[in-house]
Ligand binder design. Structure first.
Ligand SMILES: Nc1ncnc2c1ncn2[C@@H]1O[C@H](COP(=O)(O)OP(=O)(O)OP(=O)(O)O)[C@@H](O)[C@H]1O
Length: 393
C-alpha cells in the first residue's frame, strides 16, 4: 500500500471514491506525506500569527517542518472549490515537474477531512501583494526596471517549460499576479496548479468548464470554454502589461478612460504614446525602447484570435531580444466586454459594484463552473452567461 492510499484510505468514506483516489495516486512517488500533527506543530496550531495568505481555496500558513525547512502550508477549506479532483491534479502535476520558475511542492497531507499542500516557502510574497499591492504589503521592494525584466522573462520561461517541454503539455489556466511568487532574490515562481490541465499532443484544444480569474481570462476560453495553451498566453500578456505599468488590469477608481489597462494600452499604442503607460514609480529610470517592446508583446499575447498570439517560447525569445517583434501583427486586444455588453446586476462576490461590466472585476474575482459553465461550448452563448450571472446573485 502506498503512502497515499493509506492516507486517502482514511479520509474517503465511499469505497468507490477510495478506489478512484487510490488508483489516481498510486503512481505518485516524488512527494512526501505529512501527518496532520506535524503540520499543526509546524504552524503552531495554524495560528493567525503564522497565516501569510488567503486564496479562493483556503488559507496559507508559514511553518517550520520537523527538519527545520520553512514551508508554505496551504490548507484547503472544506467548502473550497478545490475538491478532491483538483487536489489530486495539483499533486500529480507538481510532483512530476521541476523548473527554476515553478514553485516546488514538498508534499501533502490528506488525513481525516484535511487536504493540505506543502510548498517551498518564498520569502518575498506575490507580485499582487508587492508590486501591485499599492504599498499595502509589509515587504517594501523597489522593483527597478532590471528586476521587472527578470521577472517577466522568468515567468515566460516557466510557462514555456510547461507548454513546450512537458509532455503532455500543461496549461496553467490561472496565470495572474497573485500566482507569481518571489523568492529572496526576486526570482519569480509560478504557483497554484490546482486548475492546470494536461493537453495531449494530438488535440487542438479541450473543451472544459471555465475556471480562472476575470481580467486575465482569454475571451475564447471564457465564452466557449475552449482551452489551448493560448489561453495562458492571454493571461501572461495581461500580467506583462501589469508588471511594466505597476498597476492592476482593472482599477475602477481611475477616470473611465484609464480604468482598463489593456484598452488604455491599445489606445496609447495607436497614438504611438505607449511609453506614457510605464510605471511612474520608476521615475523615468528605464529603457524606453525595451519597455515599449514589452508592452507590444503584451498586446500581441492578448489578441482576440488565439491563433495570432505567439507561442510562449517565441515570447521568451522576443522578450530577451533574440527575436524581432513584427509590429504589423499587433491587433486590438480581445476583451470579453466586446463580445457582449454583459451587465451584472449586483456583485457575486464582495468587490465588484452593481452594474459592473464583465471585465470590471478586480483581479481576485474568480470564475468557476458554478458561475459560468461552458462544458457544452456551443450552447454557452452570451445569453447563458447573463442568465448564470443573474442566478448566482
Ligand atoms: N509558497 C509560498 N510561499 C510564500 N507565500 C505563499 C506561498 N504560496 C502562497 N503564498 C501566499 O498565500 C497567498 C494565497 O495563495 P493562494 O495560492 O492560496 O491564493 P491566491 O492565488 O492568492 O488566490 P486564488 O486562490 O483566488 O487564486 C498568496 O497570494 C501568497 O501571498
Amino acid at each position: 500500500m502506498t503512502c497515499f492510499s493509506f492516507l486517502f484510505g482514511r479520509r474517503i468514506d465511499s469505497p468507490q471514491q477510495f478506489g478512484v483516489v487510490e488508483e489516481d495516486l498510486s503512481h505518485v512517488h516524488n512527494v512526501k506525506c505529512y501527518s496532520y500533527k506535524e503540520l499543526r506543530n509546524a504552524t503552531e496550531d495554524f495560528s493567525t500569527a503564522n497565516k501569510i495568505g488567503e486564496g479562493g481555496f483556503g488559507s496559507v500558513y508559514k511553518g517550520r517542518l520537523k527538519h527545520g525547512e520553512i514551508a508554505a502550508i496551504k490548507v484547503l477549506s472544506a467548502e473550497s472549490r478545490q475538491g478532491v479532483p483538483e487536489f489530486l491534479a495539483e499533486i500529480k502535476t507538481m510532483s512530476e515537474i521541476e523548473h527554476e520558475n515553478l514553485v516546488k511542492l514538498y508534499g501533502c497531507c490528506a488525513e481525516g477531512n484535511h487536504r493540505i499542500l506543502v510548498y517551498n516557502y518564498l520569502e518575498n510574497n506575490s507580485l499582487a501583494q508587492t508590486l501591485l499591492g499599492g504599498g499595502h504589503s509589509h515587504i517594501n521592494i523597489q522593483f527597478s526596471w532590471r528586476t521587472r525584466t527578470r521577472i517577466c522573462i522568468g515567468v515566460a520561461r516557466g510557462l514555456a517549460f510547461l507548454h513546450d517541454e512537458v509532455k503532455p503539455c500543461i496549461v496553467h489556466r490561472d496565470i495572474k499576479a497573485s500566482n507569481i511568487l518571489l523568492d529572496k532574490d526576486l526570482t519569480p515562481k509560478i504557483s497554484d496548479f490546482g486548475l492546470a490541465k494536461l493537453i495531449p499532443d494530438h488535440m487542438t484544444h479541450v473543451s472544459t468548464r471555465v475556471a480562472g480569474t476575470l481580467g486575465y481570462l482569454a475571451p475564447e476560453y471564457a465564452i466557449r470554454g475552449q482551452l489551448t495553451r493560448k489561453a495562458d498566453l492571454y493571461s501572461f500578456g495581461v500580467l506583462l502589461v501589469e508588471i511594466v505599468c505597476g498597476r492592476n488590469n482593472t482599477n475602477t477608481r481611475l477616470p473611465v478612460a484609464e480604468q482598463y489597462l489593456l484598452e488604455r494600452a491599445w489606445d496609447l499604442y495607436e497614438r504611438r504614446e505607449l511609453v506614457a503607460l510605464v510605471d511612474t514609480a520608476l521615475d523615468g529610470d528605464f529603457d524606453a525602447e525595451e519597455a515599449c517592446r514589452f508592452l507590444k508583446i503584451g498586446l500581441l499575447c492578448t489578441q482576440d484570435n488565439p491563433k495570432l498570439r505567439p507561442s510562449m517560447s517565441t515570447v521568451v525569445r522576443m522578450l530577451t531580444g533574440q527575436k524581432d517583434l513584427d509590429e504589423s501583427k499587433i491587433m486590438k486586444p480581445g476583451l470579453i466586454s466586446d463580445f457582449m455588453d454583459l451587465k451584472v446586476r449586483a456583485p457575486f462576490n464582495t468587490k465588484a459594484s452593481a452594474t459592473t461590466s464583465f471585465n470590471a472585476f478586480s483581479g481576485s474575482e474568480m470564475l468557476d463552473s458554478s458561475i459560468l459553465s461552458s462544458e457544452n461550448s456551443s450552447t454557452a452563448t452570451p445569453t447563458t452567461l447573463t442568465g448564470l450571472y443573474g442566478r448566482s446573485i
